[in-house]
Write a protein of this length. Structure first.
Length: 313
């Protein structure tokens, strides 16, 4: 079908849109219009057979009209289409470049993320290696500690075996007997006045000389026992050469009550911790009985609190 146009006036322009399909339709419409003008002004002329006679048919008026119509078609149809086409192509180029730039930016960000991921993987691997090294060191320390404990256990078992052998009932009784034998040469003095600078051995010799009858034994050692406390008198331990001498002095200890300087001095044998605890209980019992039975006289004798008869007083 051929789009026919009127020979008078300027062709009506279709509605201009930015859609590509509309652009194709307008271009097709333009070609059909040009074809319509050719048929109107030239008639049915075969290609290549135009002649001056045929062209002379155009009058000046018709030629001017044709030129005006063709110019209007060019300015109102062809040029706007070409401009829009160029503008659309330029915009498409700009959009493509923008897309390419965005794509390059995204690729760069992707590469950066991949690099960060690789760095993070390296850090994770390094941390895992540190953990493995730490676990190996801890395991080595544990193994070393186990070996040390094993060695200590072996030594302890050996020591326990030796102690068990040493603490056999027979050996233990022998050790206790030997300790008592050592203590049996000691004499404890209670209530002896304590001074800042004292010649303790001279004081002890004077005290022993005050016994009845007096004693002058060979003294191996003499010393105060315990920490010094303000207002208290520490006991004195005297070491003699034989237990017989100790027994003889203890038998005469009550004679010190008849002296002026040593009337408050009390002599006793040296005892072990267990013996001192038992002695303390006996002293408590002695005080209790004296308070309860004031008319009677009591004393400690052979490990017990006993009543003293009037004949023995």
């Amino acid at each position: 079908a051929v789009v026919s146009t009127q020979s008078t006036g300027t062709p009506e322009s279709p509605v201009v849109t930015d859609d590509f399909d509309s652009f194709v339709k307008e271009a097709t419409y333009l070609l059909l219009e040009i074809g319509g003008y050719s048929n109107e002004y030239l008639g049915d002329v075969e290609p290549g057979k135009f002649s001056s006679v045929r062209l002379n048919k155009f009058s000046v008026k018709n030629l001017a009209k044709f030129t005006a119509d063709l110019s209007g078609l060019l300015f109102y149809r062809a040029i706007p289409l070409v401009k829009r086409s160029g503008t659309a192509y330029h915009q498409s180029q700009i959009n493509e470049k923008s897309h390419q730039t965005e794509m390059i930016k995204l690729q760069s960000e992707l590469i950066h993320c991949q690099q960060e991921l690789n760095e993070s993987r390296k850090e994770v691997i390094a941390l895992q290696k540190q953990l493995i090294d730490g676990a190996e060191k801890s395991l080595s320390k544990v193994e070393s500690t186990v070996q040390e404990f094993t060695s200590y256990s072996t030594v302890l078992q050996s020591a326990v075996t030796q102690c068990t052998s040493a603490l056999a009932p027979g050996k233990l009784r022998a050790a206790i007997s030997a300790a008592k034998e050592d203590l049996s040469c000691n004499l404890m003095v209670h209530g002896l006045s304590e001074r800042e600078e004292e010649d303790l051995q001279s004081v002890v010799r004077e005290m022993l000389g005050s016994l009845s009858p007096p004693e002058a034994p060979a003294i191996e050692a003499v010393q105060r026992v315990g920490m010094r406390t303000e207002g208290k008198q520490r006991p004195v331990k005297i070491t003699l050469r034989s237990k017989d001498t100790v027994s003889r002095i203890l038998a005469r200890k009550t004679s010190l009550r008849n002296t002026v300087e040593f009337d408050r001095v009390y002599l006793s044998p040296d005892m072990t911790i267990e013996e001192r605890e038992a002695r303390g209980k006996l002293v408590v019992e002695l005080k209790r009985r004296r308070e309860r039975e004031k008319e009677k006289t009591f004393c400690i004798r052979r490990g017990a609190v006993v009543e003293v008869s009037p004949e023995d007083r």
